[in-house]
Design a protein around this ligand. Structure first.
Ligand code: SF4
Ligand code: SF4
Length: 307
């Protein structure tokens, strides 16, 4: 069973989206090829149906290190939007949960979920192979970016007592983009995929827009692999950016944050420096320059998702 059929079984029929004469003209006027009707109308011919519908797609892989699979669920929570992505912009070439491909292939973009267990040589080999084979490596979610809840692990847990140390992927390889969040929202993952496509395959104008969108996320890896409650204080609250949403409180695994007078207060002695609060905070990687272009960016994404 192909990936498309498998996803269709789970999320419902995708016939409507697969049979559309999809064109990415609104977002990319020169690069894409319209669907060949004979390819999609012949429902009897499975091999034809699984052909690439649009030329010039990018290839994307989901590499699962040590995490809870929440980021993958968030990716799948795009529902029909996932079909639009797969039809028009990206071929999923590697994903241990969804596909029967064992070796990490060459790909344009690797979405890496989870931190790396340094007591497991397979994990270290996999993350190095990912770096070798992917043009762009994205740390997808808090664990891959900053360690998140896996920073809590000290070994001795019943299923893997020898697994004592977990590090963010940036401690072992060069990372191009962080997409923090625990998990990142479905929309954030979708937008990243569209923008990665525009960056790699778009017109000059689209490349510039995608660069603008991705810049704050590309800057995060240059700032290091550690985040803690102090980052909330120094980079969000002290800058007057906190809107008192309480997401940081809910995300702290050791209850080191409480809300006082509508703003978070961090008990620093309790903080294990997992970065969960900082990565979950919607204001932690805000870019005012980007905010100024928000409507243009949303228009490009809407155009891409409704071709
Ligand atoms: Fe993690 Fe809590 Fe410390 Fe934030 S305050 S880094 S969530 S332990
Ligand atoms: Fe403030 Fe960020 Fe915490 Fe929300 S998640 S309360 S914006 S610091």
């Amino acid at each position: 069973m192909g990936l498309r059929e498998w996803l269709s079984k789970i999320f419902g029929s995708s016939e409507e989206s697969t049979n559309k004469n999809v064109s990415t003209t609104p977002v990319n006027e020169t690069k894409t090829t319209p669907v060949n009707p004979t390819t999609v109308e012949n429902k009897e011919n499975k091999t034809q149906k699984e052909e690439r519908l649009v030329a010039d797609k990018i290839t994307i892989g989901h590499v699962h290190m040590s995490g809870c699979t929440g980021c993958l669920i968030s990716l799948a929570d795009n529902y029909e939007g996932l079909f639009t992505l797969l039809d028009n912009y990206a071929d999923l070439v590697y994903c241990l949960t969804l596909m029967d491909v064992r070796d990490i292939p060459k790909m344009d973009v690797a979405l890496v979920e989870g931190s790396v267990c340094i007591n497991n040589h397979h994990s270290i080999e996999d993350i190095r192979k990912t770096r070798e084979n992917a043009a762009v490596v994205v740390a997808l979610g808090g664990c891959a970016s900053y360690g998140n809840i896996t920073r809590f692990c000290r070994g001795g847990q019943w299923n893997q007592p020898g697994h004592e140390g977990f590090v963010p992927i940036g401690d072992l390889i060069n990372v191009d983009v962080y997409l923090p969040g625990c998990p990142p929202s479905p929309q954030a993952i979708r937008n990243l995929c569209v923008m990665a496509y525009l960056l790699l395959k778009g017109t000059d104008e689209q490349k510039a827009l995608a660069t603008k969108y991705l810049e704050p996320l590309m800057k995060l890896p240059t700032l290091g692999t550690e985040a803690c409650g102090c980052d909330l204080m120094t980079k969000v609250i002290n800058h007057g950016l906190c809107m008192g949403c309480g997401t940081c409180v809910a995300s702290c695994p050791v209850r080191a944050i409480t809300m006082e007078s509508g703003k978070p207060n961090i008990e620093r002695d309790m903080c294990i420096k997992c970065g969960a609060c900082y990565t979950a905070c919607p204001r932690s990687f805000i870019s005012l320059e980007l905010t100024a272009q928000f409507e243009t960016i949303l228009g490009a994404i809407d155009g891409a998702m409704n071709p």
